[in-house]
Design a protein around this ligand. Sequence first.
Ligand code: ATP
Ligand code: MG
Length: 458
Amino acid sequence: MAAVNIDSRMLNNLISSIKRWRKPASKGPRVIARNDHSISRREISRAALTVMKRLQDAGYQAYIVGGGVRDLMLGGHPKDFDVATDATPEQAKVLFRGARIVGRRFRILHARIGREVIEVTTFRGHHSDGETHEAKQSEHGMLLRDNVYGDLESDAMRRDFTVNALYYTTKGFEIHDYTGGVEDIEKRLIRMIGSPEVRYKEDPVRMLRAVRFAAKLDFTIEGTTEAPLHELAPLLRNIAPARLFDEILKLLMSGHGERTFELLRQYQLWQHLFPDNAAQIEANNAALKLSQQALRNTDQRIRADMRVTPAFLYAALLWPAVSTEQQKLIAKGTPPAPALAQAAQKVTSSQLAHTAIPKRFSIPMREIWDLQQRLPQRGGSRAQRLQEHPRFRAAYDFLLLREESGEIEAGLGKWWTDFQQADDEQRQQMVRKLQRTGSGGRRNRNSRGRRRKPRAEQ
Ligand code: ATP
Ligand code: MG
């Protein structure tokens, strides 16, 4: 008897053709032919092309999808390319040496080609199709797991916005558009696929993504996509703080932070991300200016290819609350230094309930705050030693920001600017002058303290 050799892929194909047969005939995609769009394969990374080719050679479909296609159509340079395929993660894994399956909510394959990692996702399906794989929903309608596989069309319907659901294939070099994404790119609109309310409930982070893409691409959020934002904003409280932290970085540290901040406030999403900041900027104009200026500086640094750190940004966003809390404690008789430490502790732990802050950022954040207390104290050898503190540069930049925002009077920042530019002799004179005018803070009782070699500016 001849062995019947059906592998799981054939079985999947069989199941999906039966499902297709049961479903009403779809209109099919709008196909944009090679000559009618501006994407050229030369703009796609070699790694992404390799991944597509290897999948296709093994008999699977493979498309570039998401931000890569969207940004190319807008004439930008995508930061990465994602590939969608009908191969399951396990089927795709064997095609790439050292590939790893990651994720739980969405299982995806990380295929490594040279130094580049390409994310390979299996076409998602509609949940009603989920006999063989799993999808799980919480009581709020939130998707906890979404590993129901499907075909290209159902995959398009499971994506968030129409502009993110365009598929490019090197077979014929066409773009396949199931949701009107090409038209929305032309109209510069962020439009949710399906019912915005249902899709936000499935995954509230989509609210943040709508704002992120609107700010980044300078698009408008289409009316029905925008309408539920207000009401559903509190659902952000159900998102794990670690995921929100990742999302905050994409929102605020991708070069469009100031605009994103404005939109997040406009849609009342901000108060669910940074409640202490939201309360402060309501009440106090310097707090608003400090937040805006910190984000503007971050945007400018990113554009200039300079290093940015979440520690600095978090320090700025939370400082008004820390400072207010510190003043309260001082008024009750706590000395300034312990008052600052207590205030920092309180505000940090309240923020942690909303967005995680990994230790590698929260420690420098608190050092930046701590140094604000020490920057006025420049007597004896203090100024010299402070300048050698690994966090001095960030703390000095932060001080300038506070002055610019009007939180404190200008003057100390200028002193530190001059001090950094001065030679040894001039520095000694600057410090002596302070002592004469009595404005150098407490006298340094430990002037024999450690003397380290001045380190290069950071
Ligand atoms: P970026 O340029 O920021 O990388 P992107 O569009 O590529 O933008 P990713 O977060 O990399 O965004 O996601 C890749 C694609 O996966 C998206 O374009 C979208 O089609 C889909 N996607 C991502 N997150 C979601 C989500 N929460 N809900 C539905 N679809 C999503
Ligand atoms: Mg991407």
